[in-house]
Structures are given as structure tokens and as C-alpha cells.
Ligand binder design. Structure first.
Ligand code: FPP
Length: 235
């Protein structure tokens, strides 16, 4: 969700004002996804690297996330949306951490959509933590090295409960992954738009989905000219 700062600077506003507007786009996109019947949506809200921003901006963002969790619970419950926290929550302030825990628990039985909130998340750190967990299981004798396969790694990541994403959207003209999901996006379609995040609303989201619908997904294989998904090969 890139471009809050630039959106604000172009209007002579503070960067924080851009983040505030970015929060409105979050609501718009979450609700549009829910209405469209999209079962999983993950938002990269704060990266491990973002901790290095000036403390005034970090503090503002943390307050914004906290407020979002407190004010949005009712709307998310009403729409039957489950929230999952992705990332190293131990780095979050205790109050925010407990609000996050609270919303995850409150929404745990919702089934219409799952919203992954990547807060203090880094793809490399996620893979590293997964490797450590698997190494610990091997050292403890509960797993054999030869049993470690792709599913073991996927299941040890923060995203264990989520399928691999079909589509990744990055706003504001940046064409990088910037340490978001790394293992998970092997076959994900990438969509880059110049639109800044505060301007990314339902219309822009629908444009991205329409673009996605024209992609031919081959997952590295073509069989008789028909799209063929290796994981669905047995079905
Ligand atoms: C990156 O753009 C954006 C962030 C680090 C913060 C994202 C936060 C929000 C969208 C606010 C609301 C989020 C939730 C989950 C309630 P940038 O600020 O670096 O933009 P720039 O590249 O123009 O400086």
C-alpha cells in the first residue's frame, strides 16, 4: 500500500495525513473484496524495514493501526470477516499487540473472508523463522530431514492458514516486492499501478481484478493448450 507520503506531499499536507487517507482506502478495498466474494485478502501495512522511519511517523502509524482495530471490529464482524495477524507482533507496543490479539480472537469464527494484516512483517524473516522452527523439530526428533518438503515450509510460515496469493497489487509506480511474501508468490500474478494508495479505491481495485482476469496462468506447465495447475493435477 504505497504512496501515502507522496499523495500528501503533492497536496502540501503532512505524510501522516496521507496515511490517514490510506486508512480510508483500506476500508474501501476490504469491503469491495468482501462484496465480490474474494475469500482471502492480505494487506502489507508495515514492514520490518519501516521501523527505521522517523519515530514520529512510526508512532503515528502505530496509533492509526490501533484505532483501525478498535473502530473496525464491528464492521468486520457484521461482514463475517476473520482477521489474521502476520508478522513479528512482539515488536508492537503492548496496547496495539493486545488489540490485535483481541480482534483475531473476536473474529476467529468468521468465514466469509479472511483478512491478513501484515504488521512488522518481512518475507525473509518469515522464511528464516520457518527454517528455525523446522530445524528445532528435526533437532527434537519430531521430524526427519527427508520429510521436509514445500508443504512443511509453507506450513511453518506466518501465512500457514492462507493459500498462495493469486494476485499481488502494488500501488504508486514501485515495481519491487520489497520483502513482502517471497516464498508464497512463486506463481502469483503481479499488478503494478501508478495510482497512489490513498487514491486506490473500489474502481482501481476492480481494474486490477479485470486485468488479472485476462492473464493466462500456466504455473510453468501447458497441457493440450489448457491451463493446468500442478496442485490440482490429481483432481
Ligand atoms: C507506504 O507508503 C505505506 C506505509 C508504510 C503505511 C501503510 C499504512 C496505511 C495504508 C494506513 C492504514 C493501514 C491499516 C491496515 C489500517 P509510503 O508512506 O512510504 O508512501 P511514499 O512512498 O509516497 O512515501
Amino acid at each position: 500500500m504505497d504512496g501515502n507520503g507522496r499523495w500528501a506531499q503533492r497536496r502540501g499536507l503532512t505524510r501522516n495525513e496521507g496515511h490517514r487517507r490510506g486508512k480510508d482506502s483500506v476500508r474501501a478495498v476490504v469491503e469491495a473484496a468482501r462484496e465480490l466474494g474474494i475469500p482471502y485478502l492480505s494487506l502489507f501495512a508495515f514492514s520490518n524495514e519501516n521501523w527505521l522511519r522517523p519515530s514520529t511517523e512510526v508512532n503515528f502509524l502505530m496509533q492509526l493501526f490501533h484505532r483501525y482495530l478498535l473502530t473496525e471490529t464491528k464492521r468486520l464482524m457484521k461482514r463475517d470477516i476473520r482477521v489474521l495477524a502476520l508478522g513479528d507482533t512482539t515488536r508492537l507496543a503492548p496496547a496495539l499487540r493486545s488489540a490485535l490479539k483481541q480482534i483475531v480472537e473476536t473474529t476467529a469464527n468468521n468465514r466469509s473472508m479472511t483478512l491478513g494484516l501484515a504488521l512488522s512483517y518481512g518475507g525473509r524473516q518469515d522464511i528464516t523463522a520457518a527454517a528455525r522452527r523446522i530445524a528445532e523439530a528435526v533437532a527434537a526428533g519430531t521430524m526427519k530431514p527427508e520429510d521436509v518438503d514445500e508443504a512443511t515450509v509453507a506450513g511453518a510460515l506466518a501465512t500457514a492458514a492462507l493459500p498462495d496469493p493469486d494476485l499481488l497489487i502494488r500501488t504508486s509506480g514501485e515495481q519491487r516486492i520489497s520483502n513482502f511474501f517471497l516464498f508464497q508468490i512463486a506463481y502469483t500474478e503481479l499488478y503494478f499501478t501508478d495510482t497512489l494508495w490513498p487514491d486506490f479505491r473500489e474502481r482501481e481495485f476492480l481494474q486490477a481484478l479485470a486485468d488479472y482476469q485476462h492473464r493466462e496462468r500456466r504455473f510453468g506447465i501447458v497441457e493440450n493448450g489448457v491451463n493446468h495447475h500442478p496442485l490440482r493435477a490429481q483432481n
